[in-house]
Write a new protein. Structure first.
Length: 151
């Protein structure tokens, strides 16, 4: 427990990685985010609200760097916001831990939990339904990954 009463846990690394300095990637992604914020007032309002709530709740904190960090001690996680088509006024900010720089991403070094997604073919086999759409177009990525698993 930290001093604010929140439970803090370290990232579940396979082993402590020496990640590359991805500052250039993060700045590039931040530049694209800034362009979108400047061009869309609603998006900017929702994004600012999200960041303020993260800071207020203690889920994030401002970091003041007084010295240049040593290699492997800092890794920037790019983020961007997305809207769900059914919730146009609810911005969800996505932290992109799979953003790769110099062939490495944060996700490459983390232990993964169990695969909780259901196997699409198993669902269809157990619950036959009449499908009135092109399933391959709807679930392209799922079908591709399922084909890879079965080969």
């Amino acid at each position: 427990m930290n001093d604010k009463g929140h439970l803090e846990m370290p990232l579940p690394f396979r082993s402590r990685p020496n990640l590359p300095n991805n500052h250039k990637l993060a700045v590039k992604r931040l530049y694209h985010l800034k362009k979108r914020l400047d061009g869309n007032a609603k998006y900017k309002e929702h994004y600012v609200q999200f960041i303020e709530e993260m800071l207020k709740s203690g889920h994030a904190e401002l970091v003041h760097v007084h010295e240049i960090p040593k290699p492997g001690e800092v890794y920037y996680i790019p983020h961007h916001g997305v809207y769900h088509s059914k919730k146009p006024d609810k911005l969800r900010v996505v932290f992109d831990c799979s953003a790769s720089d110099q062939g490495q991403s944060l996700n490459d070094h983390l232990l993964s939990g169990p695969d909780l997604t259901n196997d699409l073919f198993e669902i269809i086999r157990l619950h036959p339904v009449a499908v009135m759409c092109d399933v391959e177009k709807c679930f392209t990525s799922s079908i591709l990954s399922l084909k890879t698993k079965t080969m």
